[in-house]
Write a protein that binds this ligand. Structure first.
Ligand code: ADP
Ligand code: MG
Length: 618
């Protein structure tokens, strides 16, 4: 039942439970909703201020955080306690970021390990998840203040290249901020939605989304069909954006004034004010031909034509990335139906022109480029809220689905976050001679061993005709239909026998349980990897032992007694390694056994081949 509330400020009726769309950006973040009256997406802002909240957290002497515009003023004056670009650290270890360590003016703990990074402020330590949660909490508070209603549900956007760990980290940040994150959406997908692309069910399109923000550049090629967005490729530069444009203007002025950047760095407040002037100039030049101002008792000015010269290199770099993205998607420029411009920096006319010229088409730039992602997130939120019934509800699988293979390993057929409907097939075979049936156990979860996952169903494929191990071709296919029902089918391709079963994967699972299963997979990632490696080595060893034994008993006449003895010794050593569960030892012993058996296996092969050739007349 939907609850109805009254907006105290306007007196209008509104839904009590509003799902908001959030763009959690590297430089700026913001919240958007679908306006209950106009049904159009709008970015939330307080009277007379910007909708953008700088993604910056400043900690005072007591360790209390302030977020946004206020925190921004401390960037130059209190850099050690002012955290910007926390998004760059999401789901990263120090090893991942160490090449760019000088970028961060605050303390990123450099333990040089593979564990996730933390930021040190005074004697406190913060994870990027916590830092992002401060920003999300501020956005939530602002939204509640403006809407005069509680905000507890959100759709949050992330870059298309974010991996599972980074998406999960974003979800957790939302949770800490008191937000139920209903969906994580790709930024380029949200931007396309804001332009109405992909909203018609029968629409099929290929879109390029060019996103130049404050410090990052992303180009994504998307394919939309039947309301499903598929990312064909992504490219970009994680250290290229509006900040670089500002820096080039500063350098231009400094060169004119005969001052070096190093000299200026001695005067933090002058440096900061010059940076602000440069950004002001850049923005002004997006709509004017000339900019001029007073700074430190001097007149600074720049013409648009000179400015455009300064950033030619930067623009060309982004175009190179577009070329690469097209190559990776195996597409030509002609295949792109629409180009969507995202990010504050795409307001620069020279950039729009260059992108339009490259793709040979006018670009979509009618929606405010720094709000477009949040607006699209709001559209997605509205669809989830069930307010937009015409639109196919795109759903994804929250947990991976797979079957049990040798040694109790989970073999994933449909990874988590796959869009549904979807189907996949994979071939398996028997491991015993004459094996007449095969047990198919279907599991759900993220752990490497099936025993740690949730069993959904089990059935036997029987009546496989007697064949040597490895001969039968059993195709297992998973199909999830639009209602979320999973059909698992097993078919032996040589004989045509088949069997299938239907299950509802989400049946009886609460959101908390799904969340718990995901968290478990993160906590146990390392153990799981080790277990998987051991099980794989053991399975390989067992197969090799079985094959070798069969080989020896069949081909005794081809071998010398020394060879038989040496092989038996190596087999025994391998068996022992398997018994004591030592992965490295197993691998060594497999190698040793292979070394011994390789020469006579080759000899036997030659004998078999020449035997076979003799029997045939060519
Ligand atoms: P992000 O996605 O990285 O959070 P945004 O999309 O908010 O970043 O873009 C921020 C960048 O856009 C800043 O570098 C800002 O200076 C730049 N920007 C904003 N308005 C303009 C403008 N009118 N002309 C040029 N650049 C602009
Ligand atoms: Mg952005």
């Amino acid at each position: 039942m939907a609850k109805i509330g009254i907006n105290i400020a306007t007196g209008s009726l509104q839904q009590a439970e509003m799902i908001v769309g959030i763009d959690l950006g590297t430089t700026n973040s913001l919240v958007a909703i679908i306006h209950p009256d106009t049904k159009q997406p709008v970015a939330l802002k307080e009277f007379n201020s910007s909708s953008l909240v700088p993604s910056i957290v400043h900690f005072d002497g007591f360790g209390n955080p302030t977020v946004g515009e206020q925190a921004r003023t401390f960037l130059e004056t209190d850099p050690k306690n002012t955290i910007f670009s926390a998004k760059r650290l999401m789901g990263k270890s120090y090893q991942d970021i160490k090449d760019n360590a000088q970028f961060f003016t605050y303390k990123v703990i450099d333990d040089d390990t593979a564990s996730l990074v933390k930021v040190q402020v005074g004697n406190q330590f913060f994870s990027p998840i916590e830092l992002s949660s401060f920003i999300l909490k501020e956005l939530k508070n602002r939204a509640e203040h403006i809407l005069k209603t509680p905000v507890t549900k959100a759709v949050i956007t992330v870059p298309a290249y974010f991996n599972d760990a980074q998406r999960q980290a974003t979800r957790v940040a939302g949770k800490i901020a008191g937000l139920d994150v209903l969906r994580i959406v790709n930024e380029p997908t949200a931007a396309s939605l804001a332009y109405g692309l992909g909203l018609r069910q029968d629409e099929e399109k290929t879109i390029a989304v060019y996103d130049l923000g404050g410090g990052t550049f992303d180009i994504s090629i998307l394919h939309i069909s039947n309301g499903i967005f598929e990312v064909l490729s992504t490219n970009g530069d994680t250290y290229l954006g509006g900040d670089d444009i500002d820096r080039s203007i500063m350098e231009y002025w400094l060169t004119e004034g005969g001052i070096t950047m190093e000299e200026l760095q001695q005067h933090q407040s002058l440096l900061q004010s010059l940076r602000l002037k440069a950004e002001e100039a850049k923005k002004h030049l997006s709509t004017h031909d000339h900019f001029s101002t007073n700074w430190n008792g001097e007149v600074l000015s720049i013409k648009r034509t000179d400015f455009e010269q300064l950033i030619i290199g930067l623009i060309n770099k982004t175009i190179k990335c577009c070329e690469r993205a097209l190559q990776d998607a195996k597409l030509t420029i002609a295949a792109i139906d629409s180009i969507v411009m995202v990010g504050g920096s795409t307001r620069v006319p020279a950039i729009k022109q260059a992108v339009g010229a490259f793709f040979g088409k006018p670009v979509n730039d009618s929606v405010n480029p720094d709000e477009v992602v949040a607006l699209g997130a709001a559209i997605q939120a509205d669809i989830l809220a069930g307010n937009n019934k015409d639109f196919l509800l795109l759903d994804i699988t929250p947990l991976s689905l797979g079957i049990e293979t040798m040694g109790g390993l989970m073999d994933v057929l449909i990874p988590r976050n796959s869009k549904i409907p979807t189907s996949v097939g994979r071939q398996y075979t028997t491991h015993k001679d004459g094996q007449g049936s095969m047990r198919i156990s279907v599991y759900q979860g993220e752990r490497d061993m099936v025993k740690d996952n949730r069993k959904l169903a089990e059935f036997n494929l029987t009546g496989i005709p007697g064949m040597p191990a490895g001969m039968p071709k059993v195709e297992i296919s998973f199909l999830i239909n639009a209602d979320g029902i999973l059909v698992v089918k097993a078919k032996e391709l040589r004989s045509g026998i088949e069997q299938f079963i239907e299950v509802t994967p989400q049946y009886g699972l609460t959101d908390e349980q799904v969340e718990g299963m995901l968290m478990d997979s993160i906590t146990h990632a390392k153990d799981d990897m080790q277990t998987r490696a051991l099980v794989e080595a053991t399975t390989e060893a067992e197969q090799i032992l079985a094959v070798t034994e069969k080989f020896i008993s069949k081909n005794q006449q081809l071998l010398t007694s020394e060879e038989i003895l040496a092989t038996a010794g190596a087999m025994q050593a391998l068996q022992l390694a398997v018994t004591i569960n030592d992965k490295n030892l197993i691998q060594n012993k497999i190698e040793e056994l292979n070394e011994i058996s390789r020469p006579f296996a080759e000899r036997a092969m030659d004998a078999a081949v020449s035997g076979a050739l003799k029997g045939k007349s060519i």
